[in-house]
Design a protein around this ligand. Structure first.
Ligand SMILES: [Zn+2]
Length: 443
C-alpha cells in the first residue's frame, strides 16, 4: 500500500526542516522531497483512482498542510503497570494513551509484579505489546533482582529477550559497589543503565520538596541533595567504568550542574527530565494536592529555571514523562499516604511545546529531545529517512484545547494539569505505516 503525507513542515532534527511530501510504501519511507506528484483519495479511506501521466497513484493522501511532521515521538520512561497492576494501567491502555499523545514507542519500567528481572517477564511484555499492536514497546529490565539492590540480574538473558536498558526505577541502587558492577556488566551487553537517583537515607520519610512550603504545610521534606549526591556518585562510577549512564527524571539545579560539568569532561552521561519539572514547582502542592505528589518531588522556582536552562544548553538530552498511573483510591487519601507519580503521555506534547513558545528551545531541538535523542541513547532507529520504518507523528501546533483527564485513553486520572488550557497536540500517529491514532477533526 502506498501512502502520501503531503505539504507538512517536515522536521527531522539535524537532517530536514522544510515543507515536504513523504511517500510511504508498505510501512517504509521511500521518498521525501518538496513535491511528489500523486493522485488518490484524501483522508484515511482507501480508494482507487485514475492516474494522469507522471503521477504516482497512491491509496491514501494525508493532507498535512499547516502541520508539523516529525519522527515518531519516543517516551523512554513509562510505567505500563502490566503484569501485576492492571487496575492502574494495562499494556493495551498505556499504548493507546501513548498513541493519542503522539508517541510511536515507549520504554516500560520494570517495577511490575512480578518484577521484570528475568526473560519470562520481558518476553511476556513483548508478547502482549505485539497482540495489542498499537505502539512499539521496549522493555527496560531491572538492574537487580526484585529491585532489591542486592544481586544483579542476568543481563545477557534480558538483552536476548528484548530488553533495551536496565533500571531499578522507583528504587535507587544504594550499594555503590553493586552499581559499579552493574555498569561494568551492562557495558559488555551494550545496555545503558538508567539511574533513579535518590539517597534513601537523605530522603528520609519526606513526601515533598524540603523548603518553606513543606514547613508551612507541616509535611516532611526531601532535600535537593537526596538527588544530587546520587547523581554525583553515579557520574563518578560512570567515569570509573566508562559505561553509558542515563540519569532519570532530573529535578534539581545541583543535578543539572553536575551533569553539565561531567559532559564537559567527556563523561558518557545522558539525562532526562519530565514536563512537570520544567512546568510546575512545589507551589502546586499547596492545597495538599496529591496529584502533585511525585518522586523526585516538584522543586523550587530556582530548580525549575535550572532544569529549563539544562534543556536549553543540551545538558538534558531527553524529555520523558515518567507516566505513572494510579487508581483514584491511591491518590484520594491523606497526602502522606498517597502514591507517588502522575500520568503524562497525553499531556507531554502541549506542555513541551510551551518551551518553544517561551523561547527556551527551538522546535527542532524539542523534537530531538522527544525522538532522536532517546533513540540514540537506546540504540533504536529513529528519523525520517528513506528506507526507515514509517514511524511518524503529525502535530497541529495551533490547536487550543482544555486538558480533561476524563477523556484520556489511560486508565489513570492522576494529573495536576486538569483544566489547563493548552495549545498543540498530535493529530495523527503512525507506526510502521499503520495509523494507530488520528484526531477526528484532522482526517
Ligand atoms: Zn524513578
Amino acid at each position: 500500500m502506498l501512502m502520501l503525507i503531503k505539504g507538512g513542515r517536515v522536521i527531522d532534527p539535524g537532517n530536514i526542516d522544510g515543507i515536504m511530501d513523504i511517500l510511504i510504501d508498505n510501512g517504509k519511507i521511500v521518498e521525501i522531497k518538496p513535491q511528489i506528484a500523486a493522485e488518490g483519495s484524501s483522508g484515511l479511506q482507501t480508494g482507487a483512482s485514475e492516474t494522469e501521466r507522471g503521477k504516482v497513484s497512491v491509496d491514501r493522501i494525508i493532507d498535512a498542510g499547516g502541520k508539523i511532521v516529525t519522527p515518531g515521538l519516543i517516551d523512554m520512561h513509562v510505567h505500563l503497570r502490566e503484569p501485576g497492576y492492571e487496575y492502574k494501567e494495562t499494556i493495551a491502555t498505556g499504548c493507546k494513551s501513548a498513541a493519542c499523545g503522539g508517541f510511536t514507542a515507549v520504554c516500560c519500567m520494570p517495577n511490575t509484579n512480578p518484577v521484570n528481572d528475568n526473560r519470562h517477564v520481558t518476553e511476556y511484555i513483548l508478547k502482549r505489546a505485539l497482540e495489542v499492536d498499537t505502539v512499539r514497546v521496549y522493555p527496560v529490565a531491572a538492574i537487580s533482582r526484585g529491585l532489591q539492590g542486592k544481586e544483579l540480574c542476568e543481563y545477557g538473558d534480558l538483552k536476548e529477550a528484548g530488553a533495551v536498558a536496565l533500571s531499578d526505577d522507583g528504587n535507587p541502587v544504594m550499594d555503590s559497589q553493586l552499581m559499579r558492577r552493574a555498569l561494568e556488566y551492562a557495558k559488555g551487553f551494550g545496555l545503558p543503565v538508567i539511574s533513579h537517583c535518590e539517597d534513601r537515607d537523605l530522603a528520609g520519610g519526606g513526601v515533598m520538596n524540603e523548603g518553606e512550603i513543606a514547613t508551612r504545610m507541616g509535611l516532611a521534606g526531601i532535600p535537593n541533595a537526596a538527588e544530587s549526591v546520587m547523581v554525583i556518585r553515579d557520574i563518578a562510577l560512570c567515569e570509573l567504568t566508562q559505561s553509558p549512564l542515563h540519569i532519570a527524571h532530573v529535578s534539581t539545579a545541583e543535578s543539572v550542574r553536575a551533569i553539565r560539568d561531567a559532559k564537559n569532561r567527556g563523561v558518557l552521561v545522558t539525562a532526562e527530565t519530565a514536563p512537570h519539572y520544567f512546568t510546575l514547582t512545589d507551589e502546586a502542592v499547596e492545597d495538599y494536592n496529591t496529584n502533585a505528589k511525585m518522586n523526585p518531588p516538584l522543586r523550587s522556582r530556582r530548580d525549575r529555571e535550572a532544569v529549563r536552562q539544562g534543556l536549553a544548553d543540551g545538558t538534558i538530552d531527553v524529555i520523558a514523562t515518567d507516566h505513572a498511573p494510579h487508581a483514584p483510591i491511591e491518590k484520594e487519601i491523606e497526602f502522606d499516604l498517597a502514591a507517588n507519580g502522575i500520568i503524562g503521555l497525553e499531556t507531554s506534547l502541549p506542555l513541551s511545546l510551551k518551551l518553544v513558545d517561551d523561547g527556551v528551545l527551538a522546535l527542532t531541538d524539542l523534537i530531538a529531545k522527544m525522538s532522536n535523542n532517546p533513540a540514540r541513547i537506546l540504540g533504536l532507529e529513529s528519523g525520517l529517512q528513506v528506507g526507515y520504518s514509517a514511524d511518524i507523528t503529525i502535530i497541529d501546533p495551533e490547536r487550543s484545547y482544555r486538558i480533561e483527564a476524563d477523556s484520556f485513553q489511560s486508565l489513570g486520572r492522576n494529573t495536576p494539569f486538569e483544566g489547563w488550557d493548552v495549545k498543540g497536540r498530535a493529530v495523527l500517529t503512525m507506526v510502521g505505516g499503520k495509523v494507530v491514532f488520528h484526531d477526528e477533526h484532522f482526517v
